[in-house]
Every structure is written in structure tokens, then in C-alpha cells.
Design a protein around this ligand. Structure first.
Ligand SMILES: [Zn+2]
Length: 352
């Protein structure tokens, strides 16, 4: 008897384009959500977009409430949960870069409420994915939250975000190359379920982004368009896989470990990009494709070295040798890379 079951949760409305922030109400009203909208953002995104979204809901006769969170932490998630309960919110909108959206997603999951993602920066694939994570002390809370019901990505707003956020989003996509390799490896060695479709989509997304590198330039709104579409596509790959694996392998473990070692380190996407150069080396050796990964990153202006991340060499080695402990996810790091091997990988690839 055939007993396989798959659940694929995808966003229902994905609205991308110039000025679409003004269509938030339309994107939301089609979802048949009821009750008060609660708009969650952090200070700058609130100014740039959050207040506009609140005003729209007011004009349309909803009774919106809003909360501005200062930092990405587990406390902030708790605060949003309490705030939502007090204000009797019916659904949540996360307006921001990574931070506000991750927090909203996690709060919505806990509350059992619908959630809409309104990114103000194309900085990482968390804007579309079901997974949320925030640091807490020495650890990271990473939860499988539901993906957003809708994504409203206004390229005019995204293009105004600091450029480094866009290059970080690009680097997060480029890291799909190594994430998919780890995904395949875990399937071969540990028999974890593997979706060909999700793997192929994640890899194709990275290839398309790299092929478009010439159009990804500061000041071009088209860049925001290309990057956000790639982030959506990466999020869809994760939804199809039912796991973040197609877009998150050893390079992500490395980045999470850096976050613990250097709390105010570099951007997520920039860290995974540098991680990806080294984990590609670990996968395929000196003659492998690590140069392609590095060249793709440098073509879009993302860092390719420890110095570029403003993180010292010793910390990079420490993160690479301890990253496998972050979570139970099998990758090329196996049960740990020795210090000598880490130094070799980081120096041959020019990361240190
Ligand atoms: Zn990522």
C-alpha cells in the first residue's frame, strides 16, 4: 500500500512590485482573516512602511493596533504575544527586515494566528520561509513556524534599504549551492527525506541570481526585484521540502555559531556567504567549485573574507570547528572539523 504523505504550506498571495505596499489591504482581505490587525515592526521599518500600513487599515475601517520592537530576542517574541493577547489581535503583520518578521512569525505561531510578511529589506530568506530563529544567550531558538499567508514586497521600499542588506540577501541565496549539497549528503548518509524538486528549485534559484549578477547594482530598483523574487523562490523550496535544508546547510551552522561568538557580528547573509566558500571547499576540495561561490559573491559585492566580515581569523576557525554542535543537522561538517582542517579550508580559499 502506498502510504506516503506530504504537506506543502505555501503563501497564498505573493505581491511584488513598485508601490505594492499600498495594496496590502487587498492582499490581506482576500485571505478572509478576521479581527484586528496587529502591525509589528522595528523603529526604522515602522517609519518607512509600518505606519503607512497602519494608516491603510484605519482608512479601510479596520481597527489596527501596532507594536514596535527594539531588538531580536526571545523576550521580544514574548512581548508581542502578550501585546497581541491584550489587544485581542485577529492576525499579525510583520513589517521589517529580518528581525521584525522573524519575531512576528514566531509570535503568530504561538498564538495560532495568521501572519503576513511585509519585508522592507531583501536581506534574507526568512522573509518568506516558515522558519524563525532568534538568539537567546548562548543558544538560538529556532522554530518551525508556518510560512506567511501573504508576502507584500514593495520594490520601491526595498530599493531604499541600505545596499549591504541587499547584498546580504544575494549571499543568502548563493549559499543555496552548498545547502543543497549538504541536503543531498544527509540524504545519502543519514537517509533523511530528500525532495528532488525542492533541491532543484533551490539550486536553480541560486543559478538564476548569479546569472543576473550584472543587473544587481546599487540604485537599481530592478535589483530589489531580482533578489526578492529569489528569496520567495528559496522560501518555496523550503516549503516543498518541509524543511529549511534546501537553503540552510553547514554554512548556516557556521553563521549561527558566529552569532554566538560575536553577538554584533556581520549580517546573516554575509556570514553564510563566507561560510559557503569554505564548506564548498570541504565538499569538493581545492579543485572544486569554491572559486565559483567566491566569484559570485564578489560579483554582487558581498564579503568573501574574514576581514570583509570584520571578524578575526581565530573566531572564524573557532566557528568552523564548533558549528556542528549548533543543532542536530547532518552536514559536511560531520561530527566536527579539526582545527588543522579548518585552517586549511579557510586559508586555501583566502577567507583568512
Ligand atoms: Zn539564510
Amino acid at each position: 500500500m502506498f502510504e506516503k504523505t506530504t504537506w506543502i504550506r505555501l503563501p497564498r498571495n505573493v505581491v511584488v512590485g513598485h508601490g505594492v505596499l499600498d495594496q496590502t489591504i487587498e492582499a490581506v482581505s482576500e485571505l478572509h482573516l478576521t479581527g484586528r490587525p496587529l502591525v509589528v515592526s522595528s523603529p526604522t521599518p515602522h517609519q518607512v512602511a509600518g505606519s503607512r500600513v497602519v494608516a491603510q487599515f484605519e482608512d479601510a475601517g479596520y481597527d489596527p493596533d501596532e507594536v514596535v520592537i527594539e531588538e531580536a530576542s526571545f523576550d521580544a517574541v514574548q512581548r508581542v504575544i502578550e501585546y497581541a493577547e491584550e489587544s485581542d489581535a485577529g492576525f499579525l503583520l510583520g513589517v521589517g527586515g529580518g528581525k521584525a518578521i522573524d519575531i512576528t512569525k514566531m509570535a503568530a505561531d504561538d498564538l495560532g494566528l495568521g501572519f503576513v510578511s511585509v519585508p522592507t529589506a531583501a536581506s534574507h530568506d526568512g522573509i518568506v520561509s516558515g522558519r524563525g530563529s532568534v538568539p537567546e544567550g548562548d543558544t538560538r531558538h529556532s522554530v518551525a513556524a508556518e510560512p506567511p499567508l501573504a508576502v507584500v514586497a514593495d520594490t520601491e521600499v526595498l530599493a531604499e534599504a541600505p545596499w549591504r542588506l541587499t547584498t546580504a540577501g544575494c549571499a543568502d541565496i548563493i549559499s543555496n549551492y552548498t545547502a543543497v549539497r549538504d541536503y543531498e549528503l544527509a540524504h545519502r548518509l543519514k537517509n533523511i527525506p530528500y525532495s528532488e524538486y525542492a533541491g532543484a528549485l533551490a539550486r536553480m534559484t541560486a543559478e538564476m541570481l548569479v546569472d543576473s549578477a550584472d543587473s544587481i547594482k546599487k540604485g537599481l530598483e530592478e535589483s530589489a526585484w531580482i533578489v526578492v523574487k529569489a528569496l520567495v523562490s528559496s522560501g518555496v523550496a523550503m516549503s516543498i521540502a518541509g524543511s529549511s535544508r534546501p537553503a540552510s546547510g553547514a554554512e548556516h551552522l557556521f553563521s549561527h555559531q558566529l552569532d554566538r561568538l560575536v553577538p554584533d557580528g556581520a549580517l546573516h547573509g554575509h556570514q553564510v556567504g563566507v561560510g559557503s566558500i569554505m564548506t564548498e571547499y570541504l565538499h569538493s576540495g581545492p579543485k572544486g567549485k569554491w572559486r565559483d561561490v567566491r566569484d559570485a559573491l564578489s560579483a554582487i559585492g558581498a564579503p568573501t573574507t574574514a576581514a570583509g566580515l570584520d571578524i578575526d581569523d581565530e573566531t572564524v576557525i573557532e566557528a568552523l570547528t564548533t558549528a556542528h554542535r549548533i543543532r542536530d543537522r547532518y552536514t559536511i561538517l560531520g561530527d566536527g572539523v579539526s582545527e588543522e582542517a579548518a585552517i586549511e579550508a579557510a586559508s586555501v580559499t583566502g577567507v583568512i
